[in-house]
Write a protein that binds this ligand. Structure first.
Ligand code: C2O
Ligand code: CU
Length: 460
């Protein structure tokens, strides 16, 4: 592996000067969505105008104890209507923040009071949910951390929000082509500038044998981060906020799809004077996503494997009586919508393309205005079979409840709220529809969500 300092568009690099995102530990307060200028790029570029919460991107960290109430008044100082979705929270439906399904858009100059309880501990995040493909890309997102009752035996905790930005290097501004047909119909809007917590060169000081908890959040519109660790050894302890029944050793590279989270426990094994890294790998090579500078030896020896986190409360699925639902994804470039169009279920391709609609769920362009994928009664167990018949990967997210991924051997895997399906992959997920309301089910590649990969379920 090489650890080239990331060169942004071949320029010389200086230290970025974005201030640290401060934590906002209080249970209530204001969350102001607005336009601001940030030194996002290396300093020889000048500031970038972003849309952020409380003037920064990512926005302020919201950190609360499990089972407590979160109250935030969204104040919209943007030139566009917006909302806040609390991703991964088993929330009261009216607080889910989905414009067009659970609430009206909060107009410029208006306010909206969010007030909900967080039943599950874990790593969550919040983001705008109106024109998300634009608003999230402009910076409207932040971390929502729900702490377990008992503290872990760790020396540092780092919330690491991974993002990529599509920047025009001439102007240092966010490229404004949010609905670009190519992005809609291909892999989504991929950035050319990768950051962690808004910095391209985030680094932290640690000591050898210290134990860190890393809370990784992928806030990018479309990028699937491929990651590994170097000079660190450890375990995955939670996915999408939900604890694994057993910590899983990190042996190789691992993926973090848009909207997914991973909680890692890692021990610093690099020697003093060296650097350990969270490594990001793409076709251009391996890069230091976050550097951990080892300043000396810690006071303790290496610790044994951590125990599993306490599980969050969760209903047990009744597999024998499960309702079976299928969701087939079609469309996109190089896939065509031929299957769905041939039997007349869809209008001709030109019509759809003109409207920027490139993807289908079960043979029709999906949205939240049409009928739900399923009407469910409260407490019903659902087996949802997801089939990706397109040439691109998709990260499918269900609002309002977590689901279990069914493993290849038929057993039930771990809980998640966003599952990544590669091209031609099929996966069953199982959930108990125990949260009443209208819940969105969509691809979290946000350009896909707006161009056909959106549907919803109705739980009554
Ligand atoms: Cu994180 Cu519907 O979204
Ligand atoms: Cu997708």
């Amino acid at each position: 592996l090489t650890f080239d300092r990331r060169q942004f568009l071949a320029s010389g690099v200086a230290l970025a000067t974005l201030g640290p995102g401060g934590a906002s530990a209080s249970a209530s307060g204001v969350l102001r969505a607005g336009v601001s200028d940030l030194q996002l790029l290396p300093e020889d570029y000048g500031p970038t105008q972003i849309w952020g919460f409380d003037g920064r991107a990512p926005g302020p960290e919201i950190r609360v104890a499990q089972g407590t109430r979160v109250q935030r008044q969204l104040v919209n100082d943007l030139p566009d209507a917006t909302s806040v979705h609390w991703h991964g929270i088993r929330i009261d439906n009216a607080m889910d923040g989905v414009v067009g399904l659970t609430q009206e858009a909060v107009a410029p100059g208006s306010r909206f009071d969010y007030d909900f309880v967080v039943p599950d501990a874990g790593t969550y995040w919040y983001h705008a949910h109106n024109r998300s493909f634009e608003q999230v890309a402009r910076g409207l997102h932040g971390a929502l951390i729900v702490e377990e009752a008992a503290p872990l035996d760790i020396d540092h905790e780092e919330v690491l929000i991974l993002d990529d930005w599509l920047i025009d290097p001439e102007t240092a501004q966010i490229a404004p082509n949010f609905g670009a047909m190519h992005d809609l119909s291909h892999g989504g809007r991929l950035g050319n500038y990768i950051t962690t917590n808004g910095r391209y060169n985030l680094s932290k000081e640690v000591k050898r044998h210290e134990r860190l908890r890393l809370r990784l959040i992928n806030a990018a519109n479309a990028r699937i981060f491929q990651l590994s660790i170097e000079g660190l050894e450890g375990w995955v302890i939670a996915q999408d906020g939900m604890p694994l029944s057993q910590p899983r050793p990190i042996e190789d590279t691992f993926l973090l799809a848009p909207a997914q989270r991973l909680d890692l426990i890692v021990d610093v094994t690099a020697d003093a004077g060296e650097a350990a890294h969270l490594v990001q790998i793409d076709r251009n090579g391996a890069f230091s996503q976050v550097a951990f500078e080892v300043t000396g030896d810690g006071s303790r020896a290496r610790r044994p494997m951590p125990s599993a986190l306490p599980p969050n409360p969760h209903a047990t699925p009744e597999l024998a009586n499960a309702t079976k639902i299928a969701l087939v994804m079609e469309g996109g470039a190089m896939g065509g919508m031929s299957g769905a169009m041939m039997d007349g279920r869809m209008s001709p391709m030109q019509d759809l393309v003109q409207k920027g609609q490139f993807w289908a769920f079960n043979g029709a362009v999906g949205d939240m205005k049409g009928p739900p994928l399923a009407k469910l009664s409260r407490g019903e167990t659902v087996r949802l079979k997801l089939s990706n018949s397109t040439a691109f990967p998709h990260a499918i997210h269900l609002h309002g409840q977590h689901f279990l991924e069914v493993e290849l051997n038929g057993g039930l895997g771990d809980l998640r709220d966003t599952t990544l399906l590669d091209s031609d992959e099929t996966r069953e997920i199982v959930f108990v529809a125990d949260n009443p309301g209208k819940w969105l089910l969509h691809c979290h590649m946000l350009s896909h969500a707006v161009s056909g990969m959106t549907t919803w379920i109705d739980v009554a």
